[in-house]
Design a protein around this ligand. Structure first.
Ligand code: V07
Length: 255
């Protein structure tokens, strides 16, 4: 099953491009909602899972592109807490992708000094999925290059509910006073507490919404939307988004 549809994979990215980005004012943390895999497949008369497979090649290409220009953190929304509602066959296929991705890519990620991380609920993931991700995290934990952070079984409201529960418990235990709760208290209880907030959010495939992704963390993030389906998203599109970010003036709500 996993080796079908290879003729439809996006091209391997050889790194050659005319379009470049300047390395001043680079976004430190880029988050991506990788939408449009199913739609891409449907438009080609292929099953949805062929789109997911093609999307995995884009993950590889964009990770490489991000690493080469010196992005520090790349967070990819791979599976949301809402995605469990999809047909069982599709969910089963998706849950095999982390393992498949890592079998083929982990060695190169290690060579390229990439650190793999994950944000999301571990509970609910199949053991083989979680084990693959944990192995990758463990094997790349000494690396200090690009952080490749997969949002897997992630939902932002659920993350906030858990933060409220934890802070409430801290209050009851007398570890913090209610008056002392501030934005930092909350940020520290988020699954993303070890990362800076995203500077740039990219969403592919035309939908202009956040879909329960990093709602707290995106407060001041620059947003960039494109109609391009994730499997068709190239290094050129990625650099275009970054150049657009670079020419925006960021004000953080002030003038
Ligand atoms: C998934 C391929 C990309 C398009 C979006 C949906 C389908 C890579 C991973 C992955 C996750 C964790 C990890 C290594 C790789 C992945 C899922 C779906 C569930 F440690 N792509 N990809 N995981 N798609």
């Amino acid at each position: 099953m996993l080796h079908k549809f290879t003729q439809w994979l996006p091209k391997k990215d050889d790194g050659r491009t005319n379009l470049m980005v300047e390395n001043n004012n680079l976004p430190r943390h880029i988050a991506i909602i990788m939408d449009g895999n199913g739609r891409w497949a449907k438009e080609k008369g292929l099953p949805r899972i062929a789109g997911h497979r093609a999307g995995m090649r884009t993950v590889k290409n964009i990770t490489k592109a991000a690493n080469e220009i010196g992005i520090k953190i790349l967070t990819l929304y791979a599976f949301s807490t809402e995605n469990w509602k999809r047909p069982k066959e599709e969910v089963d296929y998706l849950m095999k992708l982390p393992q498949e991705f890592l079998v083929t890519e982990l060695e190169e990620l290690i060579e390229n000094n990439v650190q793999v991380k994950m944000v999301g609920e571990e509970a609910g993931l199949p053991p083989y999925t979680l084990e693959a991700v944990k192995t990758a995290i463990e094997k790349t934990k000494e690396n200090d290059g690009l952080i490749l952070n997969f949002a897997l079984n992630y939902g932002s409201r659920n993350e906030m509910v858990n933060a409220v529960k934890q802070i409430s418990t801290d209050v009851i235990n007398g570890d913090i006073a209610v008056e002392d709760i501030n934005e930092e208290t909350i940020s520290n209880k988020m699954l993303t507490s070890s990362f800076s907030d995203p500077d740039l959010l990219i969403r592919t495939s035309g939908e202009i919404r956040l879909s329960n992704f990093m709602l707290w963390q995106l407060a001041y993030t620059e947003l960039w939307f494109t109609d391009v389906r994730w499997p068709d998203f190239t290094r050129e599109h990625f650099y275009e988004a970054i150049r657009d970010y670079q020419q925006r003036s960021r004000r953080y709500g002030s003038i």
